[in-house]
Design a protein. Structure first.
Length: 226
């Protein structure tokens, strides 16, 4: 008599899962090689043919995974954004909200960037003429800025920053401060770590200037979120 229960694996269901896993492994391997190529030769030097050569396959085979070279850059932008966001969230997880979290998050963004210079260039610069991330991918970057603005609003609520620190211009200025530190470090002392960089060691000073610009009326300038 047949039973509705079985100890045998559902082969029909397992096959797509295995195929999907193998496909993702191939994509991840290709992107690993892409990051290595960009790190060695510059972000604009990336080619599908060189990725394929390093994987030991023919270039047309990669077009089953990426529609074009711009598709590769889009996937790299998404990878970089996910990696950076994981680093920031891990850093701020146990921290107090407001100014403290803003400062710790800033350190994490700068540290991640100098540790991942090729991906950081895609996120903060425009090193590939004509490339812009797809709307689906860029949406996550917009979401990140919304989270930054919410944290600034929390600092305002706590009386740590003036009310105008929660507006759009404050978010823009925050990104200018961080991208300035990152750009100066990567341009003038590439390869240095966050702890050894002559520019990255000024991250806290840069954040202090940002905080002081938004000091509440009548309050003394103070080091916030140390």
């Amino acid at each position: 008599m047949a039973t509705i229960y079985s100890s045998q694996p559902d082969v029909g269901a397992a096959m797509p899962d295995r195929r999907a896993a193998r496909r993702q492994e191939t994509i991840d391997e290709a992107l690993d090689h892409a990051v290595a190529i960009m790190t060695e030769h510059g972000v604009g030097a990336l080619t599908v043919s060189e990725m394929a050569r390093r994987m030991g396959i023919r270039a047309p085979s990669l077009y089953k995974y990426f529609p074009s070279l711009r598709g590769v850059y889009d996937a790299l932008f998404a990878r970089g954004l996910r990696s950076q966001q994981r680093a920031v969230r891990a850093a701020i997880e146990e921290s107090e909200r407001g100014a403290t979290r803003i400062r710790i998050g800033a350190r994490a963004v700068v540290a991640w960037s100098v540790a991942n210079p090729a991906l950081a260039q895609l996120l903060f610069w425009r090193p590939v003429p004509g490339f812009e991330p797809s709307p689906e991918v860029f949406h996550h970057s917009v979401t990140e800025m919304v989270e930054v603005q919410a944290e600034l609003a929390e600092a305002v609520q706590r009386g740590e920053l003036a009310a105008r620190a929660a507006d759009d211009d404050a978010v823009r200025l925050y990104t200018i401060v961080l991208s300035g530190v990152i750009s100066q470090q990567m341009a003038n002392q590439p390869g240095a770590t966050y702890d050894t960089g002559v520019f990255t060691r000024l991250t806290d000073d840069a954040i202090d200037m940002f905080f002081n610009h938004y000091t509440p009326a009548g309050a003394d300038h103070a080091d916030l979120g140390q």
